[in-house]
Design a protein around this ligand. Structure first.
Ligand SMILES: O=P(O)(O)OC[C@H]1O[C@H](OP(=O)(O)OP(=O)(O)O)[C@H](O)[C@@H]1O
Ligand SMILES: Nc1ncnc2[nH]cnc12
Length: 224
């Protein structure tokens, strides 16, 4: 098994496997991992994924030059596609004894609560600084430029509770790493991270700090 990525590095790719055949995932750190895990269903096998990809608008040069912004608000305007995305996650996580879904502010709040309700789990908001009124624990993380911070209420999660982390998109993985750290510091058992969108080189299934990251579609690098 390969060395695992940590929160100060990019994610490490793994070999993925579904229906008996391994899928080689690009090795973003230059070192492959022999871990064999499941992947999201291929677009050919699940037509819902193409619809999800098509419903996400790519906005060039937002919020700054050079960024191809993946805008999920266009997907939200299409209830059938929105539901498809939620259904895929619910189909995956139902029956996995997940006690809590932790959503990352802001866009993780759009998907996380619906998934939590559907699988019978509680919802934990992981918020940006100074938004939560109670006692919090905080985790600072590095962005492309500068730093940010996530906070969680003390007592939101019990030790050993199985937790799923939800966000809309994984880019560098810094945000998910901070979320994993926050939950693990509180004693939670982070089962997996789930995102609608991953950067192309991180698509399918890979690990971050030892935790699987499940991604439905890769981000498009062009305008539609
Ligand atoms: O993998 P990373 O490089 O950490 O980037 C992914 C994060 O970036 C976006 O949030 P953003 O920080 O823009 O916050 P917002 O949703 O509050 O606008 C996105 O919703 C993820 O949370
Ligand atoms: N390209 C992108 N689109 C939307 N949100 C993002 N967060 C980080 N990179 C992003």
């Amino acid at each position: 098994m390969g060395e695992e990525a940590n929160c100060n590095t990019v994610m490490e790719a793994t070999k993925a496997k579904e229906n008996g055949h391994a899928v080689a995932v690009p090795d973003v750190k230059g070192k492959a991992d022999d871990t064999v895990v499941a992947v999201a269903p291929a677009a050919e096998a699940d037509p819902r994924l193409q619809g999800i990809s098509d419903a996400i608008r790519v906005v060039p040069h937002f919020p700054k030059p050079g960024i191809m912004f993946n805008d999920i608000t266009t997907l939200l305007l299409r209830p059938g596609v929105f539901k498809d995305a939620l259904d895929i996650f619910v189909e995956r996580y139902r029956g996995m004894a997940i006690a809590a879904v932790a959503g990352i502010e802001a866009r993780g709040f759009i998907f996380g609560p619906a998934i939590a309700l559907a699988i019978g789990a509680k919802f934990i908001p992981l918020r940006k600084p100074k938004k939560l009124p109670g006692e919090v624990i905080s985790e600072t993380y590095v962005l492309e430029y500068g730093t940010d911070c996530l906070e969680m209420h003390v007592g939101a999660v019990e030790p050993d509770e199985r937790v799923l982390i939800v966000d809309d998109l994984v880019a560098t993985g810094g945000t998910l790493c901070a979320a994993i750290n926050l939950l693990e510091r509180a004693g939670a058992d982070v089962v997996e991270c789930a995102c609608l969108i991953g950067l192309p080189k991180f698509k399918d299934f890979y690990k971050l700090n030892g935790k699987p990251v499940y991604v439905l579609v890769e981000s498009r690098e062009y305008e539609k």
